[in-house]
Design a protein around this ligand. Structure first.
Ligand code: SF4
Length: 293
C-alpha cells in the first residue's frame, strides 16, 4: 500500500483483468511488510488501507477477487521462509549494486528485496501452483526486482524447479502537471475517489499540447503527443482506434481546441467515476471476507 489509487494504477488492474478473463490465476500480494519498513505503517493500518483503497477499487474496476489468491506478506509463512532460504544465494555486494544500499540502511531494508523475490516466486511453490510460467505486470522502475528474481529462480532451479518469471512493463505516463504521475503529488493524478470538483480543477489545469492562443491553435493545430489529456483518452477512454485517430486529426488540424477537448474529457471522467463509486458502494464488505479466508 503506497498512497491513494489513481488512474495510472488502473492500467495494471486493466491488465490483470485481461489475464483473468483469459484463464490466468491471479496472485495479489499486499506488501504490508514493505509499507511497515519504508513508511512506518502498522500492519493494521496497512490492512485497512489496502482493503479500502486498493482491493475495493480493484474489485470495482472488474477484477474478480473471489477468483484471486490475495495475501498479506506479514501473514504469509511461505513468503517469509522462502525469502530467508533464497537469501542464502544472494550476497550483500549484489544487493548494494542493484539498490545502492549504504551503511545507513537498516537490516530490514537490506533484507526486503528477498521478500519481493519470494513474492514473485511463491506461486511456483508446490503448495500453490508448482513450477509454472508466470507473468508479473510492473512499471518499468520495478525492472531491477524482476531481474534479481529471475537470477535467483535460476540459482534455485534444482531445489524448486522454478521457471524464470517473465514480466510486462507499463509505460510511464506523464502526470497532469507534466511531471511524473504520483500519489504524493495530488495535482498530478486523478484519484479514483476524487470529487467531481477536484477532477474538474485538475483537468482545467492539466498541461496540454495546446498553443498560446486559440487563434494560433486553430491555425497550427495542437500537439497531442505532448498532451496529458490526450494520454488520458488513449489509455482510458477511447478504446476504438478510429475514434482515437479522429480526435488526433481534429487536434492536429486545429478543428478542436483545448477548452472543448478538456470538457469532453471531464464528462467522460465524471461518468466513469460516478459509475465506479456506485460499484464501490455495492461491493462494500465482500473484500473483507476475501481477506479473512
Ligand atoms: S485539443 Fe485536446 S488533445 Fe489537442 S492539445 Fe488540446 S487538450 Fe490535447
Amino acid at each position: 500500500p503506497s498512497g491513494k489509487m489513481h488512474l495510472g494504477h488502473k492500467l495494471v488492474v486493466d491488465q490483470l483483468i485481461w489475464y483473468q478473463t483469459h484463464g490466468a490465476k491471479i496472485y495479489l500480494c499486499v506488501a504490508d511488510l514493505e509499507s511497515h519498513i519504508t513508511r512506518d505503517l502498522s500492519f493494521k493500518e496497512a490492512r485497512e488501507f489496502a482493503n479500502d483503497e486498493y482491493l475495493t477499487n480493484y474489485q470495482a474496476l472488474g477484477l474478480d477477487l473471489e477468483e484471486c489468491h490475495v495475501y498479506f506478506q506479514s501473514q504469509s509463512d511461505a513468503v517469509q521462509k522462502l525469502a530467508y532460504t533464497l537469501g542464502k544465494k544472494v550476497n550483500f555486494s549484489e544487493l548494494r549494486a542493484i539498490y545502492g544500499f549504504k551503511n545507513e540502511n537498516n537490516v530490514s531494508q537490506i533484507f526486503y528485496p528477498m521478500i519481493d523475490v519470494a513474492d514473485i516466486l511463491r506461486p511456483q511453490l508446490k503448495d500453490f501452483e508448482g513450477p509454472t510460467p508466470t507473468v508479473v505486470p510492473v512499471g518499468v522502475d520495478q525492472d531491477p526486482h524482476l531481474r534479481l528474481a529471475r537470477d535467483v529462480a535460476d540459482r534455485f532451479s534444482k531445489e524448486y524447479g522454478f521457471n524464470p518469471p517473465s514480466s510486462t512493463y507499463s509505460r510511464l505516463i506523464s502526470g497532469l502537471t507534466g511531471d511524473k504521475m504520483s500519489s504524493s503529488e495530488p495535482k498530478s493524478a486523478i484519484f479514483l475517489t476524487d470529487s467531481f470538483e477536484e477532477v474538474r480543477n485538475k483537468v482545467n489545469n492539466a498541461v496540454t499540447g495546446g498553443r498560446n492562443t486559440i487563434e494560433e491553435q486553430k491555425e497550427k493545430g495542437g500537439m497531442p503527443d505532448e498532451c496529458t489529456i490526450y494520454s488520458m483518452y488513449v489509455y482510458h477512454f477511447l478504446r476504438d482506434d478510429e475514434e482515437l485517430l479522429k480526435l488526433r486529426e481534429a487536434c492536429e488540424s486545429g478543428e478542436i481546441v483545448c477548452g472543448e477537448c478538456k470538457q469532453k474529457a471531464f464528462k467522460l471522467l465524471k461518468e466513469f467515476l460516478s459509475e465506479h463509486k456506485k460499484k464501490r458502494e455495492k461491493i462494500g464488505e465482500i473484500t473483507e471476507e476475501i481477506l479473512s479466508r
